[in-house]
Every structure is written in C-alpha cells, then in structure tokens.
Design a binder for this molecule. Structure first.
Ligand code: CA
Ligand code: CA
Length: 358
C-alpha cells in the first residue's frame, strides 16, 4: 500500500545524500508500518511519486509554500481539497500553522513535486478529531502538488542564459533607459505576460519604480543582447495580494532579453549638455534677434544641439513633448515666449534653491 520511496527512474537523478535519506526513511517507516501485528502508524510516511527533473532547492523550515492537495481517509473517502476552492493552500512551514504531520511532510519537497503524505492521528487531529469532517483517531492522506515556495529572505535569482559573442563594455545600471523583451510565467509553467503580445519591447528607466523591484534588479548589470532567467520572490514582485492574473504570494519566472540601453538623465532633468552650455545661451536661441524666444525658435535650437551631439534629451519620451515641457518650464509667466530674464539653467536654479535653503 505504501511503496518505499520514489519510482526508480527518479532515484538516479537524486544526489547521493538525498538518496540515502530516502532509503533510511523508507526502510525505517516501512518497517514500522508493516509490523505483522498491523499496529498503528507511528510516523509520517512520504511517497514522492513525481520529482521534477530539476530541483535546485527543497522546502525548508521557514519557507512559505503554495500547494494544492486532496485530502482523503485511508478508505479513500475525500474530506477536503484545495482544488475544490480553486485556490492553492498557502502557508509557512515548520512554524506550527498547520498540523505537525504536514509541517514534516512538506519538508524536502521540490517545486512541482507531487507527493503523498500519510499522517498518523497524533500528528494530525488526535483522538478527538476536529469539526464534523475529521473523526477521532483518523489517519489522513494528503496528495500534494507543490506549486512554488520561497523564503522571505530570498533575493532575485539571476541566471544568464546567453550573452552576445562580442565583448560588452557597458552594462546596465541605475538610471539607464532600457528596452527589453520578457516572458513572465508562474513556476508551474502557467504563462502570464509577454512583451511579444505588444509587438514591441518594453521600456523602463532602471530604478525609477516603474517595474517590480525584482525585475528592476534583474535588469541591472546586463549587456545588450544578453538573455537572463530571473526567479523573483513575491516580496519583490506582486506581494501577498498578487495582481491581475498573478496569484497572491506567487513566485515569478522571467526570461528577459536586453534590446537596448541608453544613459538616463539625472532625476528632474529633461535635457543635458555633454559639456558646458553655450556662453551666450539666450542670444543663440533668439535666432531672429528680437529679444524673444517663441516655441519654434526654442525647438529649433534644442534639436540643433541634439543633432550636433552637444546635448541629449531624456530618453524614452517623444522629443516634441519633452521640448514642449522644457519650454513651459522656461516661459515662467506663460505668455508663449521666453525672455532673457526668464531663461535659467536647471543646474543654476537648483544651486540657487540650495543657497536659499541654506
Ligand atoms: Ca526671437
Ligand atoms: Ca514668457
């Protein structure tokens, strides 16, 4: 009734220590179980009937696990199922939130693993049972499917899948404007989002709080053309409450490819000069020398600075809009033209502000 350990094909893939533990478990528990007297089950029995090919880590004390289960009695009668609620059961392990037998029975599980956990009454609901569903002295059998788990201390796990063959001199850093493709799924393979749905790469300024923290981190230090896999725990993604299409406390799997990278501008800046700004800035802008700079002159001047490589606009926004915003900032009395008194460099303004504050 309780086959000893996992099916033989998966034994080959287990690390030796794990294999030994399983054998010890199986022998120890198997003997206890199979006592000729047919005595009571003394311990939790774990049968790992599906172990995924890749198991980079196993459930440990303190992990938060999301799993589905069917709960039955020894006669096969069902008493509870997470599937009927259409929602995983989510809990911390080893902290007494669940019956002791489940706390024990979930430890060592891989993501995606299916295991049967048989729990004697003294590690479940004891002699008295509980509610109207669990009678006294019931042995409980849980068929469990582990969807994902994480630890609150987890950081983003980053694995480079491929890099462009030519050397990469500059990698992404905070403040950069990046374009990237991504696929996002749950760890059980459920597809959630992909940039390929939009037919264009996603855009973001790194560190600008525009994407979830784990993705922001995972996109840093990357070469253009590099592909990475990111495993993002929920506290660096959509948290306990989840988001549209994302279950609460879900661990997310991203595959990202960096398409392009540009230096960003300092916070609050729309345009910067590469070197010093022109000495006679207003005169240079006032193309017809009438003492006023309307939007057309302003726009012509800024575009010339950009095309001559003297300065650059904030990346990731329509240049016309940025230039329009710059004009609005400078036209302080909003009369549609900039005068020599109105024109101020942002760096000078900031400095003045600092002095005023001091
Ligand atoms: Ca003018
Ligand atoms: Ca004005």
């Amino acid at each position: 009734m309780f086959p000893a350990g996992p099916p033989s094909h998966s034994l080959l893939r287990l690390p030796l220590l794990q294999l030994l533990l399983l054998v010890v478990q199986a022998v120890g528990r198997g003997l206890g179980r199979a006592s000729p007297a047919g005595g009571p089950l003394e311990d939790v029995v774990i049968e790992r009937y599906h172990i995924p090919r890749a198991c980079p880590r196993e459930v440990q004390m303190g992990d938060f696990v999301r799993y589905h289960y069917n709960g039955t009695f020894e006669d096969g009668k069902k008493f509870d199922s997470s599937y009927s609620r259409n929602h995983t059961y989510n809990t911390y392990i080893g902290q007494g939130y669940i019956i002791p037998g489940m706390d024990q029975g979930l430890q060592g599980a891989c993501m995606g693993e299916r295991r049967r956990i048989t729990i004697p009454p003294h590690l479940a609901y004891g002699e008295n049972g509980t509610g109207d569903k669990i009678p006294g002295s019931a042995v409980l059998i849980f068929n469990v499917h582990v969807i994902d788990f994480h630890n609150p201390a987890d950081v983003v796990e980053i694995r480079t899948l491929s890099r462009p063959s030519e050397t990469c001199n500059e990698t992404t850093k905070l403040g950069d404007f990046v374009r990237y493709h991504y696929n996002c799924s749950l760890l059980d393979g459920t597809q959630l989002f992909t940039s390929h749905d939009y037919g264009a790469p996603q855009e973001a300024t790194l560190g600008a709080n525009k994407v979830i923290e784990g993705l922001d981190t995972g996109l840093q230090g990357m070469c253009v053309g590099e592909r990475r896999q990111l495993i993002v725990p929920p506290h660096l993604a959509h948290g306990e409450s989840g988001a549209r299409g994302v279950p609460g406390s879900a661990v997310l799997l991203f595959e990202v490819e960096l398409v392009s990278r540009e230096d960003g501008l300092p916070t609050g800046y729309l345009f910067v000069w590469h070197k010093d700004p022109p000495a006679n800035l207003f005169e240079d802008m006032d193309l017809n020398k009438d003492g006023e700079v309307p939007p057309e002159e302003f726009s012509t001047f800024i575009k010339a600075q950009v095309s001559e490589g003297k300065g650059r606009l904030m990346p990731g926004q329509d240049p016309e809009k940025t230039i329009g915003d710059m004009f609005q900032n400078q036209d302080r009395n909003q009369d549609g033209k900039i005068t020599v008194d109105e024109l101020k460099l942002k760096s000078d303004e900031d400095e003045e502000r600092v002095h005023e504050e001091l």
